[in-house]
Design a protein around this ligand. Structure first.
Ligand SMILES: [Mn+2]
Length: 396
């Protein structure tokens, strides 16, 4: 690798961070069942401990996304506990994720529910989440709604669209200066006929209606097969409405597999368009990179370290695209030359440069090996095995 490439990788990684989800450390499964892991986190404290461990060996995961229902059992009453835990493990609370899909009352929806009392209950939870966000100093409120219906004609989509607009506007009204609201979309599942926020167009319109602090969140698994995700990213960047990502990979639908495991070139193309936007516009894109995965069979901590390393590699590769050469080739319609700008960068082995960067930051060169040699997994397995053998019921 040339010195210049080396420098480019270092500069890119200096700006890079990726947020880990608290729920990625707990036992998860599919609708067919759940295989528990002896080392899985069984409490908010254990999730912070795992996230802090990963940050200590990778240096790029300073924040943890939190799930209000699962991490704040007493709601706003748990804020103090979470502050104490975060300070203890050296990672800050990140995006706050309300949960308006798990309680029985949400069978027919939350903000889109025909029952005004349930819409109110959902709104109350969103406002409690804003209070949590404010007291913890979190920047982002990350919203995903499971609302939808399974059969044609069974729900009034016109009304539900309006109720969503109203609910998001009201939530937005409570955001403080510097806070943001991220609106996530998903085409289907759990609902199989219609989903109230099904794609980036609906999320964009709702975010624009909600107010100036709202942005769109792109979960890479929430698209139809073959959809051009990087083009959606280009449009959101161009309209200053891209707020962040939930990264995961998939083969079929929303599989929540490890980032880059199935199609690393997809993730590379997304990062490339972000770098190219910045090069073209001279602006820095303000984007929250977050992981949203479900490690059902892989060891959770190893899977998360593998994810972070993959994210760094694909980000670094995308930084290596020669923008000047690419812009020139595009202008001349030199198709093969233009495409090769991407392919050359993608095929560069950036791992030696990343190991060097790790060393320069006082981090272990290879985080996965460092983790395996740390004794951490043996310690938490001993501490948690009994609790995990007993608890099998809840998703979190
Ligand atoms: Mn997501």
């Amino acid at each position: 690798m040339h010195t210049k490439q080396h420098e480019t990788v270092f500069k890119a990684l200096d700006t890079f961070s990726i947020e880990l989800p608290s729920w990625g450390f707990a036992n998860t499964g599919t609708r067919f069942g759940k295989f528990t892991q002896a080392a899985a986190a069984t409490s908010t404290e254990e999730k912070f401990s795992d996230a802090g461990h990963i940050h200590s060996i990778t240096g790029v995961c300073p924040t943890v996304a939190l799930h209000v229902l699962w991490d704040f059992p007493q709601g706003t009453g748990s804020i103090g506990d979470v502050q104490t835990i975060a300070a203890k493990y050296g990672v800050r609370p990140g995006a706050i994720n309300p949960n308006v899909f798990q309680d029985q009352c949400y069978k027919y929806g939350s903000l889109g529910n025909p029952d005004p009392q349930i819409r109110k209950t959902a709104l109350r939870h969103l406002l409690d989440s804003v209070e949590i966000q404010t007291k913890l100093g979190s920047r982002d409120l990350s919203l995903w709604f499971a609302d939808g219906s399974n059969y044609p004609g069974t729900q009034n989509m016109h009304q539900r669209r309006q109720w969503f607009e109203e609910g998001l506007k009201e939530t937005h009204r409570h955001l403080a200066e510097g806070q943001r609201m991220l609106v996530e979309y998903k085409p289907f599942e759990p609902a199989f006929y219609h989903t109230d926020i099904a794609d980036w167009g609906m999320a964009l319109l709702l975010a624009q209606a909600a107010g100036p602090k709202a942005r769109v969140l792109v979960d890479t698994g929430h698209h139809y097969q073959a959809q051009n995700i990087e083009q959606i990213v280009v449009w959101l960047l161009g309209s200053k409405m891209l707020g962040g990502f939930h990264f995961n990979d998939r083969r079929y639908a929303d599989d929540d597999l490890t980032m880059g495991s199935i199609d690393p070139y997809q993730v590379f193309r997304i990062f490339h368009e972000i770098f190219f936007f910045e090069w073209n516009s001279g602006e820095r894109a303000d984007i929250a990179y977050m992981v949203d995965q479900s490690h059902n069979v892989k060891g959770k901590i190893e899977a998360m370290i593998q994810t972070v390393q993959t994210a760094e590699e694909l980000f670094a590769k995308a930084a290596l695209v020669d923008h000047k050469k690419l812009a020139y080739a595009q202008g001349k319609c030199a198709l093969v030359d233009a495409e090769n700008c991407l392919k050359d960068a993608f095929s560069t082995d950036v791992r030696p440069a990343i190991r060097e960067w790790n060393k320069s930051k006082g981090l272990p060169e290879d985080p996965l090996t460092a983790h395996r040699e740390s004794g951490y997994i043996e310690r938490i397995t001993a501490e948690r095995a009994e609790k995990n053998a007993a608890a099998v019921s809840s998703y979190a």
